[in-house]
Design a protein around this ligand. Structure first.
Ligand code: TYD
Length: 211
């Protein structure tokens, strides 16, 4: 019988070095003998990538918070059913750049929808499927904004361009998830790339032990 793979989501505000760390984490897990599928949200499947264009492109006023939350939930549903679940079922590990906690933080805490409503959408769309571990990379919000601005050359998308208090509400939401849910771990994203990778690996070491 195939042992189900593990599902890890990586979260954190813009500019915290997620992409670099995801690549480092994947390389380590592969070296341990597992197959790893890297994916992202919104996106990961053809349908979800189409929704990504809709939800991240266009003017700031394009979507009101409820429609936006439904679009993210729809993208996630396609992603879970067509990519994440089949990969896990065949023993692969899945690392997703963002997942449900982004909806809870951005559409919930940031835009004022309740966590219960976001989780109801997640139940309908994706049977409430949660990661085995969620790693939240955190940096001082100003430092993160500077890094993101340099990277994006100030071409912020619909959500990145929101005011600083929106992004600090998002950050506080991730902190509160970590306080209440053992699956969610905060990881300090300051320091060298290797230092941060070591901190991340420490938070998933138990998942790599044989069952
Ligand atoms: P993206 O360009 O992928 O980059 P990054 O993760 O580096 O910020 O941006 C995705 C954006 O979508 C980001 O601003 C967070 C937002 N988002 C939500 O608001 N809700 C969600 O459920 C997800 C998955 C993302």
């Amino acid at each position: 019988m195939t042992v189900r793979g593990r599902f890890i989501s990586i979260e954190g505000g813009e500019g915290v070095g997620k992409s670099t760390q995801i690549a480092a984490l994947a390389a380590y897990i592969v070296q341990k003998g597992f197959e790893v599928v890297l994916t992202r949200e919104p996106g990961g499947t053809e349908g979800a990538e189409t929704i990504r264009q809709l939800v991240l492109g266009g003017s700031a006023e394009r979507w009101l918070p409820r429609a936006e939350a439904l679009l993210f939930a729809a993208a996630r549903s396609d992603h879970v059913e067509r990519l994440i679940e089949p990969a896990l079922a065949t023993g692969k590990w899945v690392i997703s750049d963002r997942y449900i906690d982004s909806s809870r933080a951005y559409q919930g805490a940031g835009s004022g929808l309740s966590d219960a409503d976001i989780m109801t959408l997640h139940q309908i769309g994706s049977r409430g499927m949660l990661p085995d571990r969620t790693l939240v990379l955190r940096l001082d919000t100003k430092e993160a904004a500077n890094r993101a601005a340099t990277r994006d050359q100030n071409q912020a998308d619909r959500i990145q361009g929101r005011p600083e208090n929106f992004h600090s509400d998002v950050d506080m939401a991730f902190v509160s998830f970590a306080e209440r849910e053992p699956r969610v771990r905060l990881v300090d994203a300051s320091g060298t790339v290797d230092t941060v990778t070591m901190r991340l690996l420490a938070e998933i070491s138990d998942l790599l032990e044989p069952a």
